[in-house]
Write a protein that binds this ligand. Structure first.
Ligand code: AMP
Ligand code: MN
Ligand code: MN
Ligand code: MN
Length: 282
């Protein structure tokens, strides 16, 4: 087991726990270092930092930026961003803008599919008014008995190209990397195994990300299978990326990996947490 977790969500985006509750859970699970990486939001970081300080664990300020690459939605994790940077806060706000209209259209799409009230139902789960995500719809579909689980809700309705999926244009890859860098952070490609890309497209994504200044990819993540840990460890080494590790925890009983409960890398890699930006004085 590793005592490091560099990808997690609180109710400031689409997680269930408060930032404080999340840090306390990570601490109880044995973590010594964790990053809070809410979707396009850094508002939970001050509270999380306070809790981490009280408990004696290290909180890395982070964010998970949604981008559009070609037709595919990709997530870029920023670590060590300055959560007080007004430019970053403004840029993230603009990236969130449009979620409400998209969610209303998803609600209309569900109605066409014979599922009424999905938008209102999803809203019941929303904890940040500017951040309604597909996860909130998934929770409602489970509650309403339409789907037996969150993952079935994605598989049946919400996945990219699914019947209730509404395409959305987020920031570009270049913007996300620049925003993270200008806020003092480093950019990591989140859960590369989750995108539906051909080998060639994945190669192009990795090459472009590297060219733009991306420094790492997630290798051990709650979104990968153990086979993918090894696959992406090798990819990281081949492309010269640092390897990151993060549960992508959202909620107890919902996420496959609990916060702070990750296995070690399956082979030798250059871990992101050994890079200079993680040195205590930074
Ligand atoms: P959105 O930002 O609204 O497009 O929603 C993305 C959210 O959906 C993120 O929290 C992901 O963790 C979650 N998500 C995406 N695909 C899946 C999946 N197959 N199973 C469970 N959650 C997913
Ligand atoms: Mn999420
Ligand atoms: Mn993600
Ligand atoms: Mn995430």
């Amino acid at each position: 087991m590793l005592d490091i977790d560099l990808h997690s969500h609180s109710r400031v985006s689409d997680g269930i726990l408060t930032p404080v509750g999340l840090v306390e859970r990570a601490y109880r699970n044995g973590a010594s270092m964790m990053a809070l990486t809410d979707h396009d939001e850094v508002g939970g970081i001050p509270e999380a930092k306070e809790a981490a300080e009280r408990l004696g664990i290290r909180l890395i300020p982070g964010v998970e930026v949604s981008i559009t690459w070609g037709k595919t939605t990709i997530h870029i994790v920023g670590l060590h961003v300055n959560e007080k940077d007004p430019l970053l806060i403004d840029r993230l706000w603009h990236n969130r803008d449009g979620r409400k209209a998209r969610a209303e259209r998803m609600g209309e799409r569900f109605a066409e599919l014979g599922i009424e009230g999905a938008y209102q139902g999803a809203l019941k789960y929303v904890t940040n008014p500017s951040l309604i995500s597909r996860k909130h719809f998934a929770r409602y579909l489970v509650e309403a008995g339409v789907c037996p689980s969150i993952s079935k809700a994605f598989g049946r309705y919400l996945k990219e190209g699914g019947p209730a999926y509404i395409a959305h244009r987020w920031a570009t890859l270049a913007e996300a990397v620049r925003w993270i860098q200008e806020a003092g952070g480093i950019a990591i490609l989140a859960h590369p195994g989750r995108y539906n890309l051909s080998d060639l497209a994945m190669h192009e994504l990795l090459a472009e990300f590297k060219e733009l200044g991306g420094v790492g990819i997630e290798v051990v993540t709650g979104s990968h299978t153990p086979d993918q840990y090894l696959e992406y460890a090798r990819v990281a080494n081949r492309y010269g990326f640092l390897a990151s590790v993060g549960s992508d925890f959202h909620a107890p009983g919902e996420s496959p990996v609990d916060v702070g409960c990750l296995p070690d890398f399956p082979c030798r890699v250059n871990p992101v947490y050994e890079s200079p930006v993680f040195m205590p004085n930074n």
